[in-house]
Ligand binder design. Structure first.
Ligand code: GDG
Length: 726
């Protein structure tokens, strides 16, 4: 039976050396572990990851393996130097700062990169031992960006999902990394790639476009022959768990104890891992200004600050810790009184019930990261507020701000705004607090961690099904025979033929692809049969098609459907289109022509095309990516479509395409034989409107809505010859 394998850097367990000499196993209760519990604990499913400590002795490794196997886990053992270079080094000192826009902190170190590749390969090797046909693999986070591609190499048909828990930076940040392309290609080994927010997904797609030259439609990309989907799927929390913890007797006991010790002050809560992305010093500075500017709160409000130790072996983190402690000392020294401390600071972690009591007791939660993929603390605070009293101040830079618009949203760099938010929160009327809290609670209840896990698996399954539907089979001998046989019997045939790449090959100069002798013979014989209605359906301009092909008895659809011409009649404009955009877009194209020797602009009646087939290899691809994103920006919210074709970028009105044009042509007759062939993705629209029994053939190896595929235009010519001669 097929299984699901979860892979993450860390296993959801903490292993430590016990005092009795044996290993101690503590299952982790983090949100992800609970959410994925519904998957990895079932049947023969498994979670693969590093167990959290370096284990050198073979017998210790064996013991850990068998202990973990009983709870569906499998360890990947890492050496001390791998942990230093792959985890602390490349993951936390290179990727983490880059993905959080702290580029001044990036460490560029080739040894770290080598270790990162090595460890990703180690994970792939471990996976190889357990993957079987039909398995689904769900890989997590930035430590394993190369893994999807490595798994794909050995298991081309497996279902691979990937979720990034931290932000994906804009291209301008990501491009700084010397290893950016390898990292992206690694991720693109997946079938489904999830991000917390739409912005992360948008940034990823833009980097894929600029660095790998792969465009997308609604987040779907064609990677080689495989359809890959990217999407935003904000992660939720285990709502019930936090709501229940807030009602436990132990939590209530703690609340009473804390409240008695603190006296009658309002509490502002701050909880984070030690990290520069969390904006802890800025928060302290804002609190200091708040007290200085609002003396009436002195003695009445305290900040409860929990900083959970994290990565403090890394010098950057050790410095941050010192900075925080200096600031806490400064504020407490400046404002403190014998019977009141402005800040209660803890550098340690607490058990869940203590955390839950903190959430309950606090009037305000101050969650102000400079950048955060999602941020779960703010969601947990909301779930713990059983009486709905309390206010959340949340940074716009946290992924969660996209969902929690009833929080007071602030820019963490704007200290004045933060100070005002604190005042607003501490004086907010109860009715308003409750109203805001209720809306946020309802949404978090619904989109909880279980819904997130289910949705991810559903989306992964869905894209595999779509890939399957698009898998175009090679045109077999038997099918070919059938197509020819049906042709022989039919009385009224409609035949749609794309031109470039389908009837002729590609030339450096598009003006060189006029029909050769062989094609001329095929076209004249095919059109000599009165039962045949042959339509040339092309992106080319109408004058060009007229010039080369009007001597045959063919109909035309030109400029991707803008112009129609029935056999023996005049050209007709299929739809009245607005053309006023051309001037503005032409200026942009001209700028790119100036900077890209060999490229040129083709102007058609209703579209503009930028050709780069003649441009030096590499430069053309580079410029085309820049141009595409420039054009997409210009065309936003306009009825204009940017299409990337074979060494061309075409700008056209989106209200017309080959499919719409072909569908209208199909209505003109009562045909008993339908045939369509084409090579690029503009032909996909044609394939999609053909009746079920039609013979649709794609030239090329990428996935397609056509039923069958052939490798080259010569094979199409051969087939047409066989049809004529049957
Ligand atoms: C990464 C992304 C994204 C904190 N103190 C204690 C404690 N915690 C728990 C909280 C919360 C978790 O740690 C922190 O999660 P965050 O989401 O806030 O932040 P990261 O660790 O940076 O997580 C982040 C997340 O991945 C998920 O995708 O949201 O953006 O950076 O659950 O409750 N737990 C206990 N004691 C503590 O003292 N028991």
């Amino acid at each position: 039976m097929s299984k699901t394998i979860i892979v993450s850097n860390r296993l959801p367990i903490k292993i430590a050396h016990g005092e009795d000499g044996n290993f101690k196993y503590n299952t982790s209760e983090g949100g992800l572990a609970t959410g994925l519990g519904s998957i990895y604990k079932e049947g023969n499913n498994i979670w693969l990851g590093w167990p959290g400590l370096a284990v050198n002795k073979a017998e210790d490794r064996e013991e850990i393996c068998s202990e973990l196997a009983s709870s569906n886990m499998r360890p990947v053992f890492l050496t001390k130097s791998e942990i230093e270079e792959y985890y602390e080094g490349f993951s936390n000192e290179t990727l983490w700062p880059n993905f959080h826009y702290f580029n001044q902190h990036i460490v560029y170190n080739d040894d770290f990169w080598d270790a990162y590749k090595r460890v990703n390969k180690k994970f792939a090797k471990e996976l190889n031992e357990i993957i079987e046909d039909g398995d689904s693999i769900w890989i997590h986070d930035y430590q394993l960006l190369l893994l999807p591609e490595l798994v794909r190499e050995n298991h081309p048909n497996s279902s691979i999902g990937f979720f990034l828990h931290i932000p994906f930076p804009s291209f301008e940040s990501f491009r700084l990394l010397p290893w950016r392309r390898e990292l992206l290609m690694g991720m693109l080994g997946s079938d489904f790639i999830g991000f917390h927010t739409y912005d992360d997904m948008r940034h990823f797609l833009s980097s894929v476009n600029r660095l790998a030259g792969i465009g997308n439609t609604n987040g779907q990309m064609n990677v080689g022959n495989r359809l890959v989907q990217a999407d935003a799927l904000p992660m939720g929390i285990d709502y019930e768990r936090y709501a229940k913890a807030a009602a436990l007797p132990d939590t209530l006991d703690r609340e009473v104890r804390y409240r008695t010790s603190l006296g009658d002050v309002k509490l502002v809560l701050s909880i984070d891992r030690l990290d520069y992305s969390k904006g802890i010093p800025e928060r302290l500075k804002a609190f200091e200004i708040f007290l200085a500017e609002n003396e009436e709160f002195i003695g009445n409000v305290s900040l409860l600050m929990v900083v959970v130790p994290s990565r403090d072996q890394v010098p950057m983190y050790a410095n941050l810790k010192s900075e925080i402690e200096l600031l806490v000392g400064r504020v407490n020294g400046r404002f403190g009184r014998i019977n009141w401390a402005p800040i209660h600071y803890f550098y340690r972690s607490f058990p869940l019930n203590a955390l839950s009591a903190f959430y309950r007791i606090s009037h305000v939660a101050l969650v102000t990261p400079m950048r955060d993929g999602m941020n779960l603390v703010c969601k947990e605070y909301i779930a713990s507020k059983l009486d709905k009293k309390g206010v959340l101040i949340l940074s716009e830079m946290a992924g969660s701000s996209k969902e929690l618009s009833d929080a007071i949203l602030i820019n963490p760099n704007d200290l004045d705004q933060l100070v005002n938010a604190l005042k607003e929160a501490l004086t907010m009327p109860l009715d308003e607090q409750k109203a805001r809290m209720e809306i946020m609670q309802e949404s978090l209840k619904r989109y909880n961690i279980h819904a997130w896990v289910k949705l991810f698996m559903k989306r992964l399954k869905h894209i595999k099904e779509e890939q399957e539907n698009l898998r175009t089979k090679p045109l077999s001998f038997d099918v070919r025979k059938q197509i020819i046989k049906e042709y022989g019997k039919a009385k009224d045939r409609i035949i749609f033929l794309d031109y470039d790449g389908t009837l002729v090959g590609f030339y450096t100069d598009p003006g060189d692809s006029k029909p050769d002798k062989e094609l001329e013979k095929i076209l004249s014989e095919l059109t000599a049969d009165p039962s045949n209605h042959v339509i040339i359906i092309s992106g080319r301009g109408r004058h060009n098609l007229d010039q080369w092909l009007s001597k045959y008895k063919v109909g035309f659809i030109a400029e991707h459907g803008v112009w129609h011409k029935e056999i023996g009649k005049d050209w007709e404009c299929f739809v009245e289109l607005d053309n006023s955009w051309q001037e503005e877009f032409k200026k942009v194209l001209e700028m790119y022509v100036d900077r890209t020797p060999g490229s040129f602009i083709e102007k058609k009646d209703y579209s503009l095309v930028w050709h780069y087939r003649k441009v030096e290899t590499g430069l053309g691809e580079l410029r085309s990516r820049e141009l595409t994103s420039h054009l997409k920006y210009l065309s936003a919210e306009r009825d204009i479509q940017i299409q990337e074709g074979d060494m061309v970028i075409e700008i056209k009105n989106s209200s017309v395409n080959k499919g719409i044009a072909a569908a209208s042509w199909l209505k003109k007759g009562n045909y008993d034989y339908h045939f369509a062939c084409g090579d690029d993705w503009t032909d996909e629209d044609t394939f999609k409107v053909m009746p079920l029994h039609a013979h649709t053939i794609k030239v090329g190896m990428t996935s397609s809505a056509a039923k069958f595929r052939v490798e080259s235009f010569q094979e199409i010519r051969e087939l047409l010859r066989d049809l004529i001669n049957q």
